[in-house]
Design a protein around this ligand. Sequence first.
Ligand SMILES: [Zn+2]
Length: 305
Amino acid sequence: MPGPFRALIALSLLLLGACATTLSDHPTRSAVLGAPVSQTAMLDSLARPGNVTLEKAAVADWHFPNTVRDPGTTDWRIRQLDAQIYVYAIVHPRFGLYLIDAGLPADYEAWFDPILRNVVRKDYGLTLRTGTEALVARWGAPKGVFITHLHYDHVLGVVALDRSTPLYVGPHDGEQKSPFHQIIARPVAKALKSRPPLNAWRFAPAAEGELAAVDIFGDGSVFALHAPGHTPGSTAYLVNTPHGPQLITGDAFHSREAWTGQFEEATGFEADLPQIHRSHAALKALSARLPGLLVHPGHQTLPPE
Ligand SMILES: [Zn+2]
């Protein structure tokens, strides 16, 4: 979810009393799926040929203000970002279909309060290409959804899935407080209502400069990587495909220019800037160890190298 809203939102927050609220208070339990793995063991697994297929769907187009600065400078500025919302289907030969992020349902606007509906429609110009219902019709019903973080543009599509579909997220992702959550958190709360607890990845502490990793299926094929900063539980996913490893960064990186280093990003609600920079550095360091890695930033697509 993009950064600072403008006048309409500021005014609304004043009217709402500007109380900082959490992103989500939906119950969470420790995920049974997946076990912590060292970066060395993960890199060893990724050196072998992959067998998990990955398909990427751009489900919506929009544009939003991204907070950026030129490398080595101190002044942040707003840069309008032409962006997409993505859902990824991964198919494991033994464990089947899982989604990474959930997209948006066909009736996504009905889940928004009027303020958010206005901003998303008029300021962000969101145009839906494919609702999650159509993705399920194309791909089938997933066994679970690996969520990058709990912002509505990554989660709301779960309403198109069976209520019992397990949802996996990074630890403590809903606990961050911000006045903006008065507006952006409501659709997520409604979408998760009467669903089972979220399953939080069991990350172990990582070595300095590395990311905590979980081997999701226990066979070195798909990994969850804890990349906090944008939100406390922000999680990237690394998938070993027949075409080599692919990295889904989530909103740790929003844009292709942030990934390639043309500018730095600070987009987020009460985001933890030093932590964003540590996660950026760790993701870039990991990518340097994986030649030919295909990278998918949160809201744009990189051309193949
Ligand atoms: Zn987002």
